[in-house]
Design a protein around this ligand. Sequence first.
Ligand SMILES: Cc1cc2nc3c(=O)[nH]c(=O)nc-3n(C[C@H](O)[C@H](O)[C@H](O)COP(=O)(O)OP(=O)(O)OC[C@H]3O[C@@H](n4cnc5c(N)ncnc54)[C@H](O)[C@@H]3O)c2cc1C
Length: 596
Amino acid sequence: MSYQAPLRDMRFVLHELFDVAGHCERLNNGLDRELIDGVLEEAAAFTGNEIAPLNRNSDEEGCQLENGDVSTPKGFRSAYKQYVDNGWASMTGPIDFGGQGFPQLVSFAFHEMLMGASLSFRVYSGLTEGAVLALDKHGSAELKDAYLAKMVGGQWTGTMCLTEPQAGTDLALLRTRAEPQADGSYKVTGNKIFISGGEQDLSENIVHLVLARLPDAPAGVKGISLLLVPKFIATAEGGLGQRNALSCGAIEHKMGIKGASTCVMNFDGATGWLIGEANQGLACMFTMMNDARFQVGLQGLGLGEAAFQGALRYARERLQSRGLNGAVAPQQAADPIIVHPDVRRMLLTQKTLVEGSRMLAAYTARQLDLEHGAGEATERKAAAKRAALLIPIVKAFFTDMGQEVSSHAVQVYGGHGFIREWGMEQLMRDSRITQLYEGTNGIQALDLIRRKLLGDGGSELNALIDEFAALADRSASQPALAELAGVVSARLQQWRELAAQVITLSQADAEEIGATSVDFLQYSAYVLLAGFWLQAAATAQQALDAGTGEAAFYQAKLHSAAFYLRRVLPRASGHREALLGGAACLMAMPEESFAF
Ligand SMILES: Cc1cc2nc3c(=O)[nH]c(=O)nc-3n(C[C@H](O)[C@H](O)[C@H](O)COP(=O)(O)OP(=O)(O)OC[C@H]3O[C@@H](n4cnc5c(N)ncnc54)[C@H](O)[C@@H]3O)c2cc1C
């Protein structure tokens, strides 16, 4: 299966919708349009030519564990070397430690490409970037000097060690211990499972960020600390020193992302150092988790794009049956299946979910940039609130979308979709994990209601709705957009009312939080995407009116917007009705009655 970065659509989103050059000017990072386009083209060549060809074999070969060493699939080592040597690893890293400080509004496009080309390959570098963020923000000067430059450069990678056999979602249950030593270090002892990239043969060193309990720690989540525990302890000069007392005990055999090692990690009195304050580990880890959740959302987006590309290619080539109104390609034995309304339904559902999600990804990336880089404190705070509201939606909706879109791809291929050689079933298997890790999608939905909606009584959500309502008002007077604008306006008003209902229900009965959460998240995402499709339609109409060329591209945006609003957005009504069905019907039946 081949993958080609969707450069034209990315340029539409970055330049025409989000004015990325103006954004970079405001952030004063020295990037202009020409440079950004050059980077995107290089990124497309790297991901399409070097990474995508490794994906199929990585699924066949998987990772191997021998005498505690893990080998990654053929080709990963040399591709990772190129990734480091060509500066891709350091793209987003802090400039003080050798990074290039690219904003998310540019880097998200590269990361989407990487995920689409090979999710397994991306897993190794993705968590390193999150570890860099956490260390840069919370680590001591000594730790940063010893570890950060090599991690930013990609010569050393990072992991995130939270999960233990008895502690998955509920980190209050974790047992790994950290005993203070006279020299200020800690001895870390415990057993972590499911650690992505915990051991591998790509980087010289692996820097584990480990959640553990200090001896006098309070019970529960208030007693968790974050420690840096490297495979090789860095020398004062930042080189490789002594081997630490930790090892990979096993690697998991799993449904997808088989080229990414998932390790049982044993820490046997390994030397580590605190990152941030004692017992503040979860707060420090959240720096990393917000980034990681955005990145996992992008995994759904990248895989969705890859699945759409595969389905579209096949639908144009596969000849079966005639169109319902007669032959479309009479010179051939049958018509290509893209003439059939049901195949078009699947393709357009894929296209509009993927492209709609790309717009939301860019919007969120922009907020993340402003959160860290805006000139005014008030602007940074406002962007942080907006990003916090959107991240659970991005993580859960995009990854559910990736699973749906890859399932449509299997369906478009018919029986051939179920066969390994076409690659669609791999995308479906690879995308399944994205709904589970970094907090399951159910937990993202709880976060959306509990912390984001109830946290401020819905004020941030209403501010977001206001933004799109203003767009709908502006568009209503344009004949070509009036119908779309009307549909979006009505949904925004309904969203506002639904949010108020969810708050009232949740305040009256805490079980309503969990009963409404997934449907409310889905409802919110479908309406948000409708807002972005209206924005895309308005921009496309402007380009058509101005006669700037590429009429087919802009017409396709208008067709897509019309399809989304008529055929996908109605799903929101189902989610609304379901969540208003309430908690009682979920909770009333006694547990013993689930089966007889
Ligand atoms: C391939 C792979 C890679 C991974 N990589 C890493 C990694 O690098 N680092 C790391 O630390 N971990 C990693 N994980 C672990 C992953 O993050 C956890 O599996 C995930 O957080 C869920 O935990 P669990 O599997 O223990 O499920 P559980 O927590 O047991 O959850 C089981 C089910 O119950 C639901 N549930 C649990 N609590 C609640 C609640 N309060 N309300 C509603 N529903 C609830 C969940 O949504 C889920 O559906 C990885 C896992 C896999 C499979």
